[in-house]
Ligand binder design. Structure first.
Ligand code: SF4
Ligand code: SF4
Length: 207
């Protein structure tokens, strides 16, 4: 259907009202606004960058390298072989030894040492055995735990409890495998009471 003359006039008026205002020196009004916004965004970006840089501790990698086991950390080229074979990553994708090494190399001291992830490692040395650069992540993990407790980010009791838990897991696995081959059924009640004891201790431990 053909538009009426008065409708045409209305549309033209609206277009005029919403059209960008030309500016002889800086282009359109919208582009000035855009430039302002983009300046704001880039200075915000700069601020964030500076803030992040201020939070980094670039001596962290040297500190780790100075501890026995940490010597080769700078040799890591982020291939990810360690994470690909890690039994903890298999069950928890948040835990990634490659990422933790990156964080150390980037100087993210605070973030690494305060993270509960450093207590997830089973200390099995699988990552070290597979690493083409001979980065001993298992011993690096021990250093991280040592520093975290030394700086009171975690309590010594946490350290003790994790060690105890590792021993408990080993004993439990051993007993179950032995029971399986000896054709002796492991009593479910006994298993349950052992697990309950560990869980009870876990929730009452100071962090
Ligand atoms: S396997 Fe070795 S080199 Fe590769 S990411 Fe892990 S630590 Fe780095
Ligand atoms: S030592 Fe820790 S990080 Fe390395 S493979 Fe074993 S559980 Fe994973």
């Amino acid at each position: 259907m053909a538009k009426s003359k008065s409708n045409d006039q209305k549309e033209k008026k609206q277009q005029k009202a919403t059209a960008p205002v030309k500016n002889s020196t800086t282009g359109t009004g919208n582009s000035v606004q855009k430039a302002k916004i983009s300046n704001g965004a880039s200075s915000e970006k700069q601020d964030t960058k500076e803030l992040l840089l201020n939070q980094l501790d670039l001596r962290f990698r040297d500190e780790i390298a100075g501890h026995p086991g940490g010597e080769n950390i700078r040799r890591c080229f982020a291939c990810g072989t360690c994470a690909a074979g890690c039994p903890v990553t298999e069950v928890d994708s948040e835990y990634n030894c490659r990422r933790i090494i990156r964080q150390i190399l980037f100087g993210m001291r605070e973030e690494v040492l305060s993270s509960p992830l450093i207590w997830m490692c089973l200390v099995c040395y699988r990552c070290y055995v597979r690493c083409p650069q001979k980065v001993n992540f298992t011993d690096i993990m021990r250093v991280l735990r040592y520093l975290a407790v030394k700086e009171k980010r975690f309590s010594p009791e946490t350290f003790e409890w994790i060690n105890e838990l590792d021993r408990f897991s080993q004993v439990m696995r051993h007993d179950m495998v032995k029971g399986f081959f000896d054709k002796k059924k492991v009593s479910l009640e006994e298993l349950q009471s052992r697990i309950e004891k560990v869980i009870k201790e876990a929730v009452t431990q100071p962090r």
